[in-house]
Ligand binder design. Sequence first.
Ligand SMILES: Nc1ncnc2c1ncn2[C@@H]1O[C@H](COP(=O)(O)OP(=O)(O)OP(=O)(O)O)[C@@H](O)[C@H]1O
Ligand SMILES: O=P(O)(O)OC[C@H]1O[C@H](OP(=O)(O)OP(=O)(O)O)[C@H](O)[C@@H]1O
Ligand SMILES: [Mg+2]
Length: 282
Amino acid sequence: MLRIAVPNKGSLSGPASAMLHEAGYQQRKESKELVLVDPDNEVEFFYLRPKDIAIYVSAGKLDIGITGEDLLIDSGAHAESILPLGFARSTFRFAAKPGAVKNLADLAGRTIATSYEGIVAKYLAEQGVDASVVHLDGAVETAIELGVADAIADVVETGTSLRNAGLEVFGDPIMRSEAVVIRRTGADTEDAKVQQFLRRLQGVLVARTYVMMDYDCRAEHLDAAVALTPGLEGPTISPLHSEGWVAVRAMVLAKEAQRIMDDLYALGARAILTTAIHACRL
Ligand SMILES: Nc1ncnc2c1ncn2[C@@H]1O[C@H](COP(=O)(O)OP(=O)(O)OP(=O)(O)O)[C@@H](O)[C@H]1O
Ligand SMILES: O=P(O)(O)OC[C@H]1O[C@H](OP(=O)(O)OP(=O)(O)O)[C@H](O)[C@@H]1O
Ligand SMILES: [Mg+2]
């Protein structure tokens, strides 16, 4: 049985379970379930606090886990990312009242509130800034107003939380993060079960990113059409019953599909269709 850690709460939890479900795995029906065995797929899921996942995986009892890159770094655990998953994308930044702190050097001798002490302490040490760090569990943006800190370091996605608290970022982003699959550093990822799990998730990522495009075009326009839809290995070309026409089928990036359809139409292609891909193995 492959043993996998899955976030039980917060921003990572819903999208992680949705991705596992799309990859054909059973997922828990209610949020109080802590362990779920999926016998058909020979997988056991452990629903754990996102901050703890890297620590469990590094201890070696769980084969892999899903967590945030920032949480992985913050934990300092002996674990590494093996597959980025494209959700829970965020940056990690310093912020303060406008004008109160202009740059990193201004933080010397000041207090910074954060839920990610590991990341902040490491970054300050690398940058040679001597500041105090105070740990808060969440809603860190309020710490300045309530006099607990001079600045904060927190996850920023849209920036709404900072704006609502009347704060402004300063300095370079400390790091960028997204959800990732992790394993214990140096663990055997050639293991067939781990490889199968990763291929399933990669299949979901591809199915979310690409659509299948079909169209008919005149044989003399085929080269120009194929340049627009090169596919992954190459498009499938089939003869049509009508003399001088061919049918073409290729995967294209979903976000480019409408532009490609316009360009194909302008070339004289017709019956241009796109269909969703539900699952795939490349
Ligand atoms: N608003 C957000 N947008 C995108 N990613 C986010 C956001 N907030 C947190 N994350 C990401 O989610 C992970 C944090 O997960 P975690 O569940 O600990 O925090 P949370 O979503 O803030 O939940 P909680 O309410 O329990 O603090 C990190 O990888 C972080 O980068
Ligand atoms: O830039 P934004 O789009 O506003 O997103 C960032 C905010 O989202 C998360 O907070 P969450 O709602 O999880 O509350 P928390 O601070 O209690 O963790 C994070 O900690 C930031 O506060
Ligand atoms: Mg949070």
